[in-house]
Write a protein that binds this ligand. Structure first.
Ligand code: GCW
Length: 705
């Protein structure tokens, strides 16, 4: 085919997983058509309209014909509604125990009774919308409808994206173009992309979005910007998404020249009350504030000698009468404290357990350092039972090859969710901490730092959208598996071709471990280049803060490698429950994939493989490169299974990934060799370049800083 035509016919990724291509299995298509012969979907309301519109659009695509809308329930083959929008739903509500699915859940049935109509029933308009998307997922993944019986209710109340988007449209740690929020043209021009963003989120059940960077600009709280925020909120509302903003703690002083922003000062209290009122006048369903305080230069309550809880409560009190909440980030660490950064948030926050207002929660990163390729779970999970605790993941790949490397984060997310904190005995997983199952909280949630920008395909790498998808699916149901999520994402995004799905799923599932192994194996962390964090920088040292350097974290010396966090070192390990401590404190029981996180290990230490630590390091780095290579070769076998445009895009990016996996491995091994003084085993490839070349290499203008 002419390459130009080929490009024109390629999928540009804009539709994400909401591709409603024709069902090309004729019998299945016929069966689907029979179910949707005539749809009874009464009722008015913005979310019902959004659901109806989506269904209409999707069925036209999937089944090749516009659905017939039927006024009479008795004559219809499919029924949709809530007990108040549809008498048919009301009559079925009890038999289906609809009340049990709660305000956002739904029941989707291929048949209500044998041979009878199918249905989507829910208690709210939003539930109907989610039900429609669940049905479409079933169709896109070619489920048989007769036996389809979904009964879902989200396990977390807040399922939230955090955009680190600045008002100039740059995105901190964003690798997919500029911010979707075009502040300059808002509120008068509202791009239709925001509607498509809302559809994609609603299809996963994401119900909240913090629009602005946690390194906050107070200006977003001024009247002209609130008008712009209002325009965005109006588009998101029908899709069940509530808007949050980041609140800069010293906004009273910055915006209105108050001489203090002390949370206990009456003028400051009044300022926030007034500000919050002003926001709710424009956005009646405003979600609340997301706050990063006294961390990495952000202002906060400690500037006035007050605690993090006093700071959070100032905003919580202002929001309380309007139904808003404060999401207070636990990512706090202090330049003045020479303590292991791993320990600081815990030391500071645990004594405040019980002091937060009921509408305030703490949002804690999955690990105690910073979104590394692999971290043990954060010791704060389970350590503050009186405080609602949200889990924060980073969807954008700050430390995982930005939007250049294919790294499917499903396995990383699951590893944290399934980690056992042991705080209330075995089985006290992080999942149970955040769903409130252990401490019985109702303010529950999960946040993901967004990887979305204005690039045509939204997330840059054609596979990066899988991480947005996996986050959303797990926020709805953290018990789903990374495997099943990859499978459905591939089918919806590319094709149901079984050969493609199996091979691409394999690539996805291998990719996170590949990245860990070629970047930071065996529990190493923060070896990335300075500032932009792209590529290796194990030699980074002497920055303004020690704990922003690589040498602080790997502690390589002639004796060995790794950060001793046991009793003989920083003793961060003591922040975990005794069972977790016991497992990790000994060299022979600590899982090897976290060994150098917790221990400074002699180069000659015998690993489970029988090799010395040094040799093992060489082997694991090399295995990471091999994994990247096999991701690439496996992809090459898939040519022709999908459109040429996306195939080629991924192919080229995987080539970069293979090259850079090698770069990581060679640079790190040569650097660590200067300490171990041992040779790279002969069975392994020798490094391609010299340490000097790697050390002096600079990447300029990496996006996302
Ligand atoms: O990972 C670090 C990033 C910062 C970020 C910070 C945070 C928004 O390098 O860019 O700032 O974490 O989570 O607050």
């Amino acid at each position: 085919m002419n390459p130009l035509t080929e490009r024109e016919q390629s999928d540009d990724g804009y539709r994400l997983w909401l591709r409603y291509e024709r069902v090309d299995e004729p019998r299945l298509c016929e069966a689907y058509r029979a179910v949707f012969r005539s749809i009874h979907f009464p009722g008015a309301g913005d979310s019902l309209d959004a659901a109806r519109h989506e269904l209409d659009h999707a069925l036209r695509g999937l089944l090749g014909a516009a659905p017939q809308w039927e006024e009479s329930a008795a004559a219809a083959s499919f029924l949709i509604g809530t007990p108040s929008s549809s008498a048919a739903c009301a009559s079925w509500a009890e038999a289906l125990a609809l009340a049990v699915v709660g305000d956002e859940g739904f029941v989707v049935r291929g048949e209500l009774s044998r041979g009878g109509p199918g249905a989507i029933f829910a208690n709210s308009e939003r539930g109907v919308l989610y039900g429609v998307f669940a049905l479409l997922r079933a169709l896109q993944t070619r489920q048989p409808l007769a036996t389809l019986n979904l009964r879902e209710r989200p396990k977390l109340a807040l399922r939230m994206l955090n955009h680190w988007d600045n008002l100039d449209r740059s995105i901190e740690r964003g690798y997919a173009g500029a911010s979707l929020w075009d502040w300059h043209k808002l509120p008068h021009y509202v791009t239709p992309r925001i509607t498509d963003y809302a559809r994609a989120n609603a299809s996963l059940g994401i119900n909240a979005a913090a629009l602005t960077n946690v390194n906050a600009n107070a200006r977003v709280l001024t009247e002209p910007y609130l008008q712009k925020v209002q325009a965005i909120a109006d588009v998101l509302r029908p899709y069940g998404i509530r808007v949050f903003l980041t609140a800069r703690f010293n906004a009273p002083s910055e915006l209105d020249r108050l001489e203090t922003s002390d949370p206990l000062d009456a003028r400051v209290v009044a300022w926030w009350q007034h500000k919050v009122k002003q926001i709710y006048a424009r956005i009646p369903d405003f979600g609340g504030f997301l706050v990063k305080a006294n961390s990495e230069g952000q202002p906060g309550p400690q500037d006035f000698g007050r605690s993090q809880a006093e700071g959070a409560n100032l905003l919580a009190r202002a929001l309380e009468p309007h139904g808003g909440i404060v999401v207070w980030r636990a990512f706090v660490y202090d330049a003045a404290v020479p303590e292991d950064r791993h320990k600081q948030a815990f030391d500071e926050l645990v004594p405040l357990d019980g002091q937060f207002r009921p509408n305030a929660c703490l949002q804690t990163k999955n690990g105690a350092i910073d979104f590394q390729p692999r971290e043990p779970f954060h010791p704060l999970f389970g350590a503050m039972p009186k405080t609602p605790m949200f889990l924060e993941f980073q969807i954008t790949q700050e430390y995982l090859g930005c939007a250049t490397h294919l790294v499917y984060l499903g396995p990383l997310f699951k590893e944290t969710l399934d980690a056992d904190t042991h705080v209330a005995g075995p089985g006290s997983t992080v999942l149970k901490v955040i769903t409130g199952a252990l401490a019985k909280h109702t303010l529950t949630g999960m946040a993901g730092v967004s990887n979305i920008g204005d690039e045509r395909n939204w997330c840059g790498h054609p596979f990066a959208a899988a991480n947005w998808y996996a986050f959303g699916r797990l926020a709805w149901d953290p018990e789903l598996s990374a495997e099943s999520i990859a499978d459905e994402w591939l089918r919806r995004t590319f094709t149901n071709d079984a050969r493609f799905v199996a091979a691409a799923q394999r690539i996805m599932l291998d990719s996170r471990e590949a990245a860990v192994e070629y970047m930071t194996p065996l529990g190493l962390h923060h070896l990335m280049a300075e500032s932009h964090h792209y590529g290796p920088g194990p030699w980074v040292t002497g920055l303004e803060r020690d704990d922003w350097t690589a040498t602080y974290y790997h502690r390589a010396d002639a004796a060995g490698l790794g950060f001793d966090r046991t009793k003989t070192g920083s003793n961060a390990i003591a922040q975990y429950a005794p069972a977790v401590q016991r497992k990790h404190e000994r060299l022979d029981t600590c899982p090897e994939n976290l060994l150098l996180w917790f221990h400074h290990v002699p180069w000659a230490h015998r690993m489970q493989s029988g090799r010395s630590l040094w040799d093992e390091l060489c082997y694991v780095y090399s295995r990471g490169v091999e994994r990247a290579r096999s991701m690439h070769t496996r992809w090459l076998t898939l040519e022709g299974c999908i459109d040429a445009g996306r195939f080629e895009h991924v192919r080229q990016l995987l080539e970069i990934q293979v090259r850079e996996a090698r770069w990581w491995r060679d640079a790190c091994l040569l650097y660590f060799q200067t300490f171990s003084g041992r040779p790279i085993p002969e069975a392994l490839e020798p490094p391609q370049g010299t340490l000097e070349e790697y050390r002096t290499h600079r990447d300029y203008y990496v996006p996302g800083i």
